[in-house]
Design a protein. Structure first.
Length: 68
């Protein structure tokens, strides 16, 4: 499970940086704290599907989920 959280966090960090946003700017866009965004990015916090969608929308990207 930790590996999945870490991989999702890395993707969020990469997309955020590609958009030139700070963690604070992303946090403001999705109405969360900077600490929470940081915890997502380092894989220490679980994200709900709804939160993943909010992050994707805020970054103007889509996240593809592959099961299997």
């Amino acid at each position: 499970m930790e590996d999945i959280k870490r991989r999702v966090g890395e993707k969020i960090r990469e997309a955020r940086k590609a958009k030139g946003l700070t963690q604070k700017e992303l946090a403001d866009k999705i109405s969360l704290s900077v600490g929470t965004v940081n915890q997502y990015e380092v894989g220490k916090q679980n994200l709900t599907i709804e939160t993943i969608q909010k992050v994707a929308n805020a970054l103007g990207v889509s996240f593809d989920i592959t099961l299997g």
